[in-house]
Design a protein around this ligand. Structure first.
Ligand SMILES: *[C@@H]1O[C@H](CO)[C@@H](O)[C@H](O)[C@H]1NC(C)=O
Ligand SMILES: *[C@@H]1O[C@H](CO)[C@@H](O)[C@H](O)[C@H]1NC(C)=O
Ligand SMILES: *[C@@H]1O[C@H](CO)[C@@H](O)[C@H](O)[C@H]1NC(C)=O
Ligand SMILES: *[C@@H]1O[C@H](CO)[C@@H](O)[C@H](O)[C@H]1NC(C)=O
Ligand SMILES: *[C@@H]1O[C@H](CO)[C@@H](O)[C@H](O)[C@H]1NC(C)=O
Ligand SMILES: *[C@@H]1O[C@H](CO)[C@@H](O)[C@H](O)[C@H]1NC(C)=O
Length: 599
């Protein structure tokens, strides 16, 4: 008996000592919408100041080659499933509010994995991975609760969405508490979402692990045909910026930075910060040009949101935690990697095959990353694909010239000196909390040094006449490690590599589930439901997509001669890799090859 009591008290003793350490980390995942590479100051932006975010970046890990998708829906789907969106039919352009599409119900999402590991899971903010049917909604996909909007954008003050499509205009409220429309909430959604997140943190029992995903609407354009909306004081805080639309955009980013400060302070007040992981990323780059431009800047990276260029898919990213080191990670990290990485951090493991790679040990202990290649983005509707293998990136298919240049530099003109960066760093909420609660010494010099190291603006930008634009006949090949600005096309210099990568991409292409042509369903019109957007289709209704869905043609034109050449070349130089590839090939492509070579 006494032995048992001894054992029991030993257990309680050990539990008290180690309890704190072995408990699962809280995870706060903060997702921005269409934030540009050059719109946070830790990457070198000199016009927009983000002291709270920069302080976390400086004390955490900056993911210097973090890839998302080119559009919001595929990026969010990749985060939630750990799979390439092209496997799920949600690649390419984001889901519209009147479109019947969502992440297939058969997929298991990140919050569901975490819930199995005893987490409480909350989504605040944007969803946009399906709402035409009830079973697509966040509370049926693993989130305990949801407060936010279901589609691509929201008017920051009225909380409505106006969708203009094919000559029709549909409009209605787009803010929900779980499945209930919220009509009595006033204010700007960045502040509303921040307040709701703080409420969850304050009321949270810190002995239970928390997954809180705060998916901000900003700095995406507003959903009410008024593009940029932010409280006046955030615009005033950026009075040094000469271009007034850029100044308003900067105000939206200032709102996000303040939000990060308030979240960190709330975590600290509830004594949770010590055991928290904070991730801050954007879903894709800024839309600097075009009708829905938000005046964000990806400069000096090429392109805008929705293109295969680095400006669309290489996103500002950081992960911070007292249990992680301080560093810059220069290896590639893909948005699909979060699922296996965070599930590992939570003490679990993903058993079924996914595209994401567990990067926890690379983050924590600097182990070599297992990620070698990434399907960066596939847009089968306009017909292009971007793929990365090691240092190299290949783009195949037709890409619009108008969105393939370098944009946004002129937006960053200053009309007077900005406030002192050092003072902002020392005064901001995150600095104060890290210093007072965790004893972190905040040295503006080391933050500035890291900022200098990450600044790409010194690199040479080419004139548009000299840059490679992919066509159906010829793609582009870059060594991104040496040439992040995609200025030096290697297509003609490295034909063997071009052929090998083309074949590899061709194989992956054959594994695609085609995205259906975006189609407006008039039954979605909110005027049928008291001007409120809501699911409008029964779960079991047969999908309206046409049955005779054609398989998308490969975006690079390959003649029979070229196929034969690729094949011969690969047998010679990559035979082992090739055999493995052929084994994994999709049906139609294998048939083509066999018929060509009697294979
Ligand atoms: C959502 O509604 C529930 C039930 O009415 C309520 O308890 C909760 O406070 C609401 N949540 C938010 C974030 O307003
Ligand atoms: C994309 O896929 C759809 C559906 O399979 C197909 O109809 C369309 O032609 C494809 N577009 C291109 C450019 O390949
Ligand atoms: C980034 O580099 C450019 C070019 O060298 C320089 O003009 C700019 O001031 C740098 N930005 C920061 C924040 O140091
Ligand atoms: C890419 O460039 C880097 C830096 O110049 C070089 O070390 C590497 O070998 C290049 N990679 C390829 C595949 O050419
Ligand atoms: C619209 O609102 C009216 C009055 O509040 C209510 O009676 C009706 O059921 C609502 N209709 C729908 C489709 O929700
Ligand atoms: C499906 O194929 C049939 C026969 O080729 C054609 O008549 C019809 O228009 C197609 N339907 C769609 C929605 O593409």
């Amino acid at each position: 008996m006494s032995k048992l009591i001894k054992l029991l008290s030993l257990f309680i003793f050990l539990n008290e000592i180690y309890g704190e350490e072995v408990s699962k980390p809280h995870i706060i995942f903060i997702l921005f919408d269409d934030l540009g590479w050059n719109d946070v100051s830790f990457l070198g932006s000199y016009d927009i100041r983000t002291p709270n975010i920069d302080t976390l970046a400086s004390d955490g890990i900056v993911l210097n080659q973090y890839y998302t998708d080119a559009f919001g829906t595929p990026s969010r789907s990749a985060l939630l499933t750990g799979k390439y969106p092209m496997r799920l039919g949600v690649q390419g352009i984001s889901i519209s509010a009147s479109e019947d599409l969502g992440i297939p119900e058969s997929e298991r999402l990140l919050p569901s994995y975490l819930r199995e590991l005893d987490y409480e899971t909350y989504l605040i903010g944007k969803w946009n991975v399906g709402k035409s049917r009830q079973h697509y909604l966040p509370i049926h996909r693993g989130f305990n609760t949801f407060y936010g909007f279901l589609d691509g954008s929201i008017d920051y003050f009225t909380h409505d969405l106006i969708e203009k499509w094919n000559g029709a205009t549909a409009f209605g409220l787009n803010l929900y508490n779980n499945t209930q429309p919220v009509e009595d909430q006033s204010g700007h959604v960045t502040e509303i979402f921040t307040d709701k997140a703080i409420e969850i943190i304050r009321n949270h029992d810190r002995t239970v692990p928390l997954y809180l995903q705060l998916s901000h609407a900003a700095p995406h354009t507003g959903g009410g045909l008024v593009n940029l909306q932010t409280p006046a004081d955030t615009i005033a805080a950026n009075s040094h910026i000469a271009h007034s639309a850029r100044r308003t955009y900067a105000g939206m980013v200032t709102g996000l930075d303040k939000s990060v400060g308030s979240i960190v302070a709330a975590l600290s007040e509830n004594e949770m910060l010590q055991s928290t992981i904070i991730v801050i990323v954007s879903d894709n780059g800024a839309l600097t040009t075009g009708a829905l431009q938000n005046f964000g800047s990806n400069f000096p990276l090429r392109g805008v949101k929705g293109t295969p260029w680095e400006g669309a898919i290489r996103s500002p990213a950081l992960i911070w935690s007292p249990i992680l080191p301080t560093k810059i990670m220069n290896e590639v990290f893909h948005v699909t990697d979060w699922l296996p990485t965070l599930v590992h951090a939570a003490g679990g493991a993903v058993k079924k095959p996914i595209d994401g790679v567990n990067q926890w040990l690379s983050l924590k202990d600097g182990k070599k990353s297992k990620r070698k290649e990434i399907v960066l983005a596939v847009d089968n509707l306009s017909g292009w694909v971007a793929f990365r293998d090691g240092d190299l990136k290949i783009i195949l298919g037709k890409v619009d010239e108008e969105t393939s240049g370098y944009y946004g530099e002129e937006l960053q003109a200053l009309r007077k000196d900005p406030p002192s960066y050092e003072d902002m760093l020392l005064d901001c909420k995150v600095s104060n909390v890290l210093r007072d609660k965790l004893g972190v010494s905040i040295e503006p010099e080391s933050i500035t040094a890291k900022r200098k190291e990450l600044n790409l603006s010194g690199l040479h930008v080419l004139q548009s006449a000299d840059i490679c634009i992919p066509t159906k006949e010829k793609g582009c090949l870059f060594n991104i490690s040496a040439d992040p600005l995609e200025a030096h096309d290697l297509w003609n210099k490295l034909p063997d590599i071009v052929h090998y990568l083309t074949l590899r991409v061709r194989v992956l292409w054959s594994e695609m589930k085609p995205r259906c042509e975006p189609k407006r369903d008039p039954r979605a019109d909110p005027s049928l439901r008291n001007y409120t957007w809501a699911p409008w289709i029964e779960n079991d209704e047969i999908s309206i997509e046409p049955e005779n869905k054609t398989y998308p043609a490969f975006p690079l034109h390959l003649s029979q001669k070229e196929l034969q050449y690729i094949f011969k070349l690969n047998v010679g130089t990559f035979s082992e890799k090739l055999c493995k590839l052929i084994k994994n090939m999709g049906d139609s492509f294998t048939k083509t090859l066999s018929s060509l070579f009697n294979y």
